[in-house]
Write a protein that binds this ligand. Structure first.
Ligand code: FES
Ligand code: MG
Length: 585
């Protein structure tokens, strides 16, 4: 499953111990090196346990507050086991945790902070190679963005999906079923008794969300990029195979250090295009659009929204996974997991690029099989003939917007309706059920000031709630548009990531209740049916909202944050250039 005994390359590069980066800290003449050795004795290590060996930093996002990473403290022991067995010297570094469920206003506000922490830890300490441990939504892009910039030999250990949820005789998916039963409760179909049973059944073990939400989407993207051992991303968090995968990752990274195989040799344009194809063929989360653009930026690869739309037209959706489909990640694992899935995509991918485990992706996928064609479809029996995400343009979103069209009701894919505008999330929550708003199933719900800067942090507000009176009538989907993101486990005709956002004066700021808005997914357009002269008059009367922060990290965020179409990285982090090695002797 996670075999990591590749053929040696024809002319393997081999580092000598004195060429290791850590040698600068431990092995040179002089007082500093003596002091570092003395301090390592203080830690209880013999000289022969670490001198001349690759130092492997294990960056661990374990925390008591993060249920998705609850098992990673133990799992780090398996990584260490692998590193020791391979003759390396593992050191665990606790790094900040991004818990999707608990961190407010949204962990998206802190993705770049973890990316900075990752980069700077790897740079400033005696590290030759890295193992990154995470999986809850933004953890994966944050760790990989920082590591891509630091550019050491690196292996990513995905946290793995939690076990399927259960309630009575029903199988429950993360997020998706929470929204569904919450709506049932609001519609009066179930009561407190059922809700308290659901509370204990929705999430049954450590691990990240087990639908094809943002976490599963991005760990699959990481595996496709080639930065995990084969099959890593599909293994359930609490399966013994997850321990073995962690050990294999530790074994592998030591070899990568000796081979001097840096992350930049893995994270190529071809790798990112394959990650995009995979995300789309999985029917994955719209959040991946933002994160992959940001990650690619750190690798010096210019990935654009147009790349997503172009690739979407060439790959079918092959995974029948919730929220778009029927199954959960454990089913996907037993159906062959990501290796089986990627083998189905076959020549759609760039198979001759290297991964951390093999000289080529082709070798990595050799022998990968699909055991259940219901879960992982064949190319001639896809769930949808095109990838799950479409990029929209038009006078409401000059720099683009996205919609996950496979997760909406078909009749809404081409729709014109009158806007009902909410200026922010709070006022939307307070008034959405007010009959005076006259919302019908044809209305287009518009939320603004929910973007990267206006949110702030671009919260997952994009799946605006259907008003109670429409829910009771059986309406389950409406056209909703915003500059927010949407949870990867959400669904519905939600136009997201509108750029530029309303907070900076994008056209979304100019919409008024009653304006007609036309969505046409086939034509890839989103139009505000108001003439340019009127829009100019409104623009002249528009005043920017006050700053969200006056100090601290928020102020830095506000100054440096870029828009959704370019990945929401910080300007100074996305800037090209190299940093000097910090060692001063
Ligand atoms: Fe962590 Fe969903 S809450 S992955
Ligand atoms: Mg999520």
């Amino acid at each position: 499953e996670t075999s990591v005994t590749p053929e040696p390359p024809a002319t393997p590069r081999r580092k000598k111990p004195e060429e290791l980066r850590s040698h600068q800290w431990y092995g040179t003449e002089g007082l500093r090196s003596f002091s570092h050795r003395a301090r390592t004795r203080q830690l209880g290590y013999l000289p022969e346990e670490h001198l001349g060996k690759p130092v492997i930093a294990i960056l661990n996002t374990w925390s008591d507050i993060n249920p998705c990473h609850a098992h990673l403290r133990d799992r780090a022991q398996a990584v260490k086991r692998g590193v020791w067995q391979a003759g390396g010297f593992p050191l665990e570094f606790p790094v900040s945790t991004l818990s999707e469920t608990f961190q407010k206003p949204t962990p998206m506000l802190y993705r770049n902070l973890l990316a900075m922490e990752t980069e700077e830890l790897l740079r400033s300490y005696p590290v030759d190679g890295a193992v990154l441990m995470g999986g809850c939504d933004k953890s994966t892009p944050a760790l990989l963005m920082g590591a891509a910039t630091a550019d050491l030999p690196t292996v990513f250990v995905p946290a793995g999906p939690m076990l399927p949820g259960h309630w009575r005789d029903e199988v429950l998916g993360s997020g998706t079923d929470m929204w569904k039963y919450w709506d049932d409760k609001r519609a009066g179909l179930i009561g407190d008794c059922e809700m308290s049973e659901l509370e204990s059944g929705l999430a049954r073990s450590p691990g990240h969300c087990m639908t094809m939400g943002t976490a599963s989407t991005l760990t699959a993207a990481a595996e496709t990029l080639g930065v995990t051992v084969p099959g890593a991303s599909s293994i359930p968090a609490v399966d013994s195979g997850h321990d073995r995968m962690a050990a294999a990752s530790g074994l592998r990274v030591v070899e990568l250090v000796w081979q001097d195989l840096k992350l930049s040799e893995i994270l190529t344009r071809e790798a990112y295009e394959d990650a995009v194809a995979t995300v789309l063929a999985l029917g994955g989360s719209t959040n991946a659009v933002i994160h992959l653009i940001a990650m690619a930026g750190r690798s010096g690869v210019r990935l654009t929204l147009d790349d997503f739309d172009r690739i979407a037209r060439t790959v079918p959706v092959l995974a029948d996974l919730r929220p778009g489909g029927r199954y959960l990640m454990e089913d996907f694992y037993f159906a062959g997991g990501l290796p089986g899935f990627l083998a189905r995509l076959g020549d759609t991918l760039h198979l001759d690029r290297p991964t951390v485990a093999h000289a080529s992706l082709r070798e990595q996928l050799d022998g990968a099989l699909v055991h259940n064609p219901e879960v992982i479809r064949t190319l001639d029996n896809p769930l949808a003939s095109e990838g799950g995400v479409a990029v929209l343009r038009g006078n409401l979103c000059p720099d683009g917007a996205v919609i996950k069209h496979i997760a909406c009701e078909r009749h809404l894919l081409r729709h014109t309706g009158p806007a009902v505008v909410f200026d922010d999330y709070k006022s939307m929550q307070a008034t959405i059920n007010d009959p005076a708003l006259g919302i019908t199933e044809d209305s287009v719900l518009v939320l603004r000031n929910a973007g990267p800067l206006g949110g702030p942090g671009m919260p997952e507000y994009g799946m605006l709630p259907i008003p109670d009176h429409l829910l009771k009538k059986g309406v389950r989907d409406m056209v909703r548009i915003s500059d927010a993101r949407m949870s990867g486990t959400s669904y519905g005709a939600c136009v997201l990531h509108i750029a530029p956002e309303s907070y900076v004066g994008g056209p979304l700021a100019l919409v008024r209740t009653g304006d007609l808005i036309t969505l046409d997914v086939e034509a890839r357009t989103l139009r505000l049916e108001v003439d340019d002269a009127e829009l100019e008059r409104r623009r002249a009367a528009w005043t920017p909202p006050p700053p969200r922060y006056t100090r601290g990290y928020g102020a830095l965020y506000q100054e440096q944050m870029t828009q959704a179409d370019t990945g929401c990285d910080f300007r100074f982090l996305a800037a090209p250039g190299a940093d000097p090695e910090p060692y001063a002797g």
